[in-house]
Design a protein around this ligand. Structure first.
Ligand code: CAA
Length: 259
């Protein structure tokens, strides 16, 4: 698929999507959103694809936020009538397959928010995270106040949102925002091998695992435990459950059917 602001390529069972506006530090404008929506829809629809990785092009940034130059002259009514930023939530909600953010540099504002939409974040040791919208007279608009607070707790989320400061990869990992940190030159190898490991799992089980962890943010413990048991029980009806358990007992590699 040919795009203007991103690239999307398949590598085996993994789709690699790269934000590609390095001169603007991969700032997220409406074209980026439209193209990401198309790339994610194609990933979701392609039965050969089982995990995606999103990263940024260039040495400096994953994404330095929503495109300030696109927003500077817009009026409040424009943002409201367009329901500006709502497309990001729609894209995330429609993506049932797992995807990883490989954060290679600045992940600020919408860039941090996009990374937090991923199922998990693998960061280069050069990565920097922040929600600096307050310095522009606004607040996060793509989920930062909600997802960051759930990821790192109230105190650090308040610190980052109210001061607009950045945190480095080590602080982000200590805070629980980041799953792994790797040397900068190993980021893509690490992210692609994590994605390949996920892509080699039975795909329905991968989708259910994702759904269940996400549900932990939405439900009470009792509802979440029931939801978990029900989906566990449903998965036991799949061919891949029979195959996975038989393969273990027979000490052989499983041959997944995806059903
Ligand atoms: N939007 C549009 N353009 C951006 C951008 C953004 N968010 N961030 C950087 N750029 C552009 C710069 O304007 C510059 O372009 P020009 O050369 O044409 O002037 C180019 O990228 C390089 O940026 P800098 O020269 O500023 O690079 P630097 O290394 O000196 O600084 C930086 C890097 C600290 C990340 C700085 O660029 C910066 O502070 N960027 C803005 C970060 C920000 O405020 N993000 C939040 C945006 S609002 C938002 O995201 C709302 C939301 O919740 C969704």
């Amino acid at each position: 698929m040919a795009f203007e602001t991103i690239t999307s390529e398949t590598k085996g069972a993994v789709t690699l999507i790269t934000l590609n506006r390095p001169d603007a530090l991969n700032a997220l404008n409406t074209t980026v959103l439209n193209e990401l929506q198309q790339a994610f829809a194609a990933f979701e629809a392609d039965d050969s694809q089982h995990c995606a990785v999103v990263t940024g092009s260039g040495e400096k940034a994953f994404a330095a936020g929503a495109d300030i130059k696109e927003m500077v002259d817009k009026q409040a009514a424009d943002f409201f009538l367009e329901d500006f930023f709502s497309g990001w939530n729609e894209m995330t909600a429609k993506t049932r397959k797992p995807w990883i953010a490989a954060v290679n540099g600045f992940a600020l504002g919408g860039g941090c928010e996009l990374a937090m939409m991923a199922d998990f974040i693998i960061a280069s040791e050069n990565a920097k995270f922040g929600q600096p919208e307050i310095k522009l007279g606004v607040a996060p608009g793509m989920g930062g106040s909600q997802r960051l607070t759930r990821a790192v707790g109230k105190s650090k989320a308040m610190d980052l949102c109210l001061t607009g400061r950045m945190m480095d990869a080590a602080e982000a990992e200590r805070a629980g925002l980041v799953a792994r940190i790797v040397p900068h030159d190993q980021l893509m190898d690490e992210a692609m091998s994590a994605a390949e490991a996920i892509a080699s799992m039975p795909p329905m089980a991968a989708m259910v695992n994702k759904e269940l962890v996400d549900a932990a943010f939405e439900t009470t413990l009792a509802q979440g435990l029931t939801h978990e048991r029900r989906l566990f029980q449903i998965l036991t009806a799949t061919q891949d459950k029979s195959e996975g358990m038989s393969a273990f007992v027979e000490k052989r590699a499983a041959n997944w059917k995806g059903r």
